[in-house]
Ligand binder design. Structure first.
Ligand code: PEP
Ligand code: MG
Length: 938
């Protein structure tokens, strides 16, 4: 039945607010000239970008004037067949006038035209997923004004050709047709460069650029059968519509699904006066982080390009310079940026990601937001900021998403093997260390192939000249991403970091040929073809031919393998500090699901405080045990069954002893046998023949027995406590093995605390029957050995009747453990083993916000849990309550368990740190909510 459902994630349980969005609402918020109508707290309405632009204006930073059209308008737009309320037109007009006044330029003017950018901006950052249009307002008339005003025809035409291409692509929809095709505008540009015999865009003359504008317009006319709109107002509304429309494009939809961003949030649209980084040699543009987003180091970390527009840096079409080089080119702007870095960190108390433009030596801020960072950077920054007095430990914990811890536990290359590969001359190239970690896989050259190969189980490295947001699906399934162009802040780098993917970016030595599906390396003989293995080191930027074995992370080496001293492991020390804080604030205990001594020891190293689920049936598959187990199942009489069980007893006892010793006195919940018996028997004739020989019975008899055990719906069949009720001698043997092991441990002067757990109880009488056996055997073993030991007897709550009648059950049970895997399947009536076929579609359609087998379905399954906790505690106020379904290591579910006032969660060993952090965050969030409530009452 494949019962180990090892999925996990968090719940996207957000509610759409139902207030009617009406014509006449305020939809437009102006910012500029030291005064903004919005502020940083208005992210829901203005989106992250709009709210922060307003905030930057409010704290006196230099920001070009503009206005934000709210996310509510986006909702209105989709609720009303993609139309706008009438009042919007006047609001936009008024705001545009204010921008004109502030910037001293006029939209559509032939003398000094105002040009604007039109950008998206949702509540949560969705880097590059939606559309942007720059230089809007240019046409054959305003271009003359721009030339007059700037005295720079080259710049003017450069802006114009960029605008026509961008508008043609984003608003009019002239895009590459197939996956191997290049952008149609890019194709024309490349042709032009080729005929002029130049390599770079900047080498094109004014005349060339002018021709490009005309050729672009012809391409639009020919391919789309429409004229390029010359009216700036028409351009503006076209762009606003395209940005709102891009909220529903394919990549934005995928991104939202991956990041659990609800559909109804919508995006805002920001219209802002253009400033130009491509106006002159003393103009430029850049992006920066107030700290290093990969390693978290406290240094200003950025990249810029002179004489370029922002898109050049982010899209990775030119490889930018590091920010320190700005000291030689424009020291005054660098100094100003350093001051702004300080102001922003003091103001936001967090690492910020900024975009800036220098126009003829004057610095402008175009964006700031909380910067995306690797798990390592998130932790280092949080710990450093506590030490710098910027934030308190509780805030530090709230800054780290529990799932990010996964990245710290991921493998790194085996350094010896890597050294060997390097010595053998297998290094192909070196790029930027954009997303740390080690990855190895087969080369594929486009996202579609990456998805197809990964779907058939291949590990792939996605190799691209540069990535674009379209590649998101392929990036998601790839082990790692390698790009030839682009810096640390390129799309590939940003998205990879956020996904926790290994990424090497800007590897300029690679010559990638999409058509022949191969890449070469400058001055080297290597040709790497699609399907060849490469290894990439996202921590150093190295690209290596072949497969290099990976090795456990620093945290694993210190904690589990004990091959590294903590003091030599800086990453581990940061991890430890965070975990220590988490333990200080959490109220939930964290246990683990383990059924082997080594798993138990690992879990303890990760901080497990006990075992919440030991699935004894897993032990039956161990060395020497499957034989007697099968003998027991195939037995015809009680006597035969007892003989087989007697063989199993010492083996189980030894298992439990090992686990008790590993857990060193911590509570250990042992579940009596649960799965349907047919799972232990072979279904093929060769296997059945083998058993028959071993047991000295006929193969026919084995076959008959297997057939007799066949069930139409085994998950709702002869399993769980039903087995122990039908064959009490099995429960008796298991209880004896547990208690005799406890005696052995006690005899060795060690503490032990077993908890026997009965599965699949729906009726208190089922539990009672099993409990009587457990208590009788405990008494017998104590009497036989003369040794007393503590123990509990409790039950799983994993079918609805058990939850509904929890009050009665708690009169017998000393503890409850929610088996949310079964409770989900039985509450939803959805088979946990067959749901894979349709549940992803259910999630895509938002029938469930999250896969209910990953994150607890709080309205349904959660409702039963809440009831069971309440009723259980009513009749037994000492009732201990935990969870041992896979949800026990999923952050939103852990938080839910906290809010129900449960005692512990139990999860797989590697998720124990995640659960510890999630539990602390739940406690902190609760405390904050209480404080806020108190304040509101006052
Ligand atoms: C459960 O149902 O949640 C559970 C922990 O038990 P199993 O997965 O073994 O059925
Ligand atoms: Mg179960």
């Amino acid at each position: 039945m494949g019962k180990d459902n090892k999925k996990a994630k968090h719940d996207g349980k957000a509610k759409k607010h139902e207030t009617k969005i009406k014509d006449g609402n305020k939809f437009v918020y102006f910012f500029g000239g030291g005064n903004a109508e919005g502020n940083a707290n208005m992210k829901e309405l203005l989106g992250g970008k709009g709210a922060n632009l307003a905030e930057m204006v409010n704290i006196g930073l230099p920001v070009p004037a503009g206005f934000t059209i709210t996310t509510e308008l986006c909702t209105y737009y989709y609720d009303n067949d993609r139309t706008y309320p009438k009042s919007l037109y006047k609001e936009v007009k008024d705001a545009l006038h204010k921008v004109e006044k502030e910037m001293g330029a006029k939209f559509g003017d032939s003398e000094n035209p105002l040009l604007v950018s039109v950008r998206s901006g949702a509540r949560a950052s969705m880097p590059g997923m939606m559309d942007t249009v720059l230089n809007l307002g240019l046409n054959d008339i305003t271009i003359q004004g721009l030339i007059k005003h700037t005295g720079n025809p080259r710049f003017a035409y450069d802006s114009y050709r960029r605008f026509v291409a961008m508008y043609g692509d984003v608003v009019l929809g002239l895009k590459p047709e197939g996956k191997d095709d290049i952008d149609p505008f890019e194709e024309i540009l490349e042709k032009k460069k080729h005929t002029r015999g130049v390599t770079f865009d900047v080498e094109l003359t004014v005349e060339d650029l002018k021709e490009l504008v005309a050729e672009f317009k012809v391409a639009i006319k020919e391919r789309l059968n429409m004229d390029f709109p010359e009216d700036p107002e028409e351009q503006l509304w076209g762009a606003v519509g395209a940005v709102f429309g891009s909220w529903q494009n394919n990549r934005a939809n995928i991104y939202r699904r991956l990041n659990h961003i609800p559909d109804w949030w919508g995006t805002a649209v920001n219209v802002q006066a253009m400033v130009f980084g491509n106006m002159s040699e003393d103009s430029g543009t850049g992006v920066a982080f107030t700290r290093d987003p990969a390693a978290g180091t406290n240094m200003f970390y950025g990249e810029f390009l002179m004489n370029a527009q922002g898109e050049d840096v982010v899209a990775g079409t030119r490889t930018p310079m590091t920010i320190d080089k700005l000291a030689d080119i424009d020291p005054s702007s660098l100094n100003q940026l350093l001051k702004i870095r300080e102001i922003l960190e003091q103001h936001y108390h967090d690492m910020q990601d900024i975009e800036f433009t220098i126009q003829k030596g004057k610095l402008y801020m175009l964006q700031c937001r909380s910067g995306k960072r690797t798990a390592l950077a998130a932790m280092k920054i949080a710990v450093d900021m506590v030490n710098e007095g910027l934030i308190k430990p509780k805030e530090a914990l709230m800054r780290i998403e529990p799932d990010q811890l996964n990245q710290l536990l991921r493998p790194i290359f085996d350094l010896k093997e890597k050294a060997k590969a390097l010595k053998a001359g297998h290094q192909l190239a070196k790029g930027l260390n954009a997303g740390p970690g080690a990855a190895c896989g087969k080369v594929v050259f486009n996202a579609e192939d990456a998805e197809a190969w990964a779907a058939r189980g291949e590990k792939v490295i996605l190799v691209r000249i540069e990535t674009s947001p379209e590649d998101i699906g392929g990036m998601n399934v790839a082990e790692g991403i390698l790009t030839a162009r682009g810096g640390m802040t390129s799309h590939a780098a940003l998205v990879a970091r956020q996904m926790g993917k290994v990424c090497v970016a800007g590897c300029g030595e690679l010559q990638i040929d999409y058509k022949t599906r191969e890449f070469r390396v400058d001055k080297k003989d290597f040709v790497v073809k699609e399907g060849d293995f490469i290894s990439i080191d996202g921590s150093t930027g190295e690209v290596i031919l072949g497969q290099i074995p990976t090795k456990p992370s620093e945290v694993i080496q210190v904690l589990l393998e004990k091959t590294l001293d903590a003091k030599d492991a800086p990453t581990y020390l940061i991890y430890k500090e965070i975990m220590d804080w988490a333990d200080k604030y959490r109220r939930l205990n964290v246990r683990t699901n383990a059924d082997q001594p080594d798993q138990s020891a690992n879990a303890v190293a990760f901080g497990a405080e006990g075992i919440g689920l030991c699935r004894t049936e897993h032990m039956f598959f161990g060395e020497g045990k499957i034989g007697p187990m099968r003998e027991m199942i195939l037995a015809d009489t009680l006597e035969e069954r007892k003989t087989a069980l007697a063989k199993l007893l010492p083996l189980q006892r030894a298992d439990f002893e090992g686990i008790f010793l590993a857990m060193d006195g911590r509570p250990v919940t042992i579940r009596t046998i649960d799965p349907p018996l047919h799972e232990f028997l072979p279904h093929d004739s060769a296997g059945q023949k083998e058993i028959a020989e071993m047991l000295g019975i006929s193969a026919k008899k084995v076959k008959e027995r297997v057939e007799a055990l066949h069930e139409f719906n085994p998950m709702l069949g002869f399993r769980g406590c039903r087995l122990g009720i039908y064959y009490p001698e099995i429960t008796e043997m298991q209880a004896r093995a547990v208690f005799e092991a406890a005696v052995l441990v006690k005899k060795a002067n060690k503490e032990v605390f077993p908890e026997i757990m009965i599965p699949l109880v729906g009726n208190v009488k089922e539990l009672k029957l099993q409990e009587e056996i457990v208590r009788r055997v405990a008494k017998e073993v104590m009497a036989e050995s003369g040794i007393e030991f503590p123990y509990l007897c409790g039950t799983m709550i994993e079918i609805p009747r058990g939850a509904i009648t929890a009050g009665e059950i708690a009169e017998v049970a000393e503890f409850f453990s929610f088996g949310t895997n079964d409770l989900t399947q039985t509450t939803l009536g959805v088979s946990r083993d067959d749901a894979g076929k349709f549940l992803p579609m259910y999630v895509a359609k938002e029938i469930y916000a999250r896969d209910p087998f990953e994150a607890i379905d709080q309205e349904g399954v959660g409702f039963l849990m809440k009831h069971a906790v309440k009723q259980g505690r009513k009749t037994n106020k000492h009732l201990k309550i935990g969870i041992c379904g896979e949800h026990g290591g999923e952050p939103s579910s852990v938080e839910f368990c906290h809010t129900l006032g449960m005692n512990y969660v139990s999860c797989s060993p590697f998720r124990v740190p995640i659960a510890r952090l999630a539990a602390a965050r739940a406690a902190i969030r609760e405390e904050r909510a209480k404080k806020a409530e108190k304040k509101a009452k006052k």
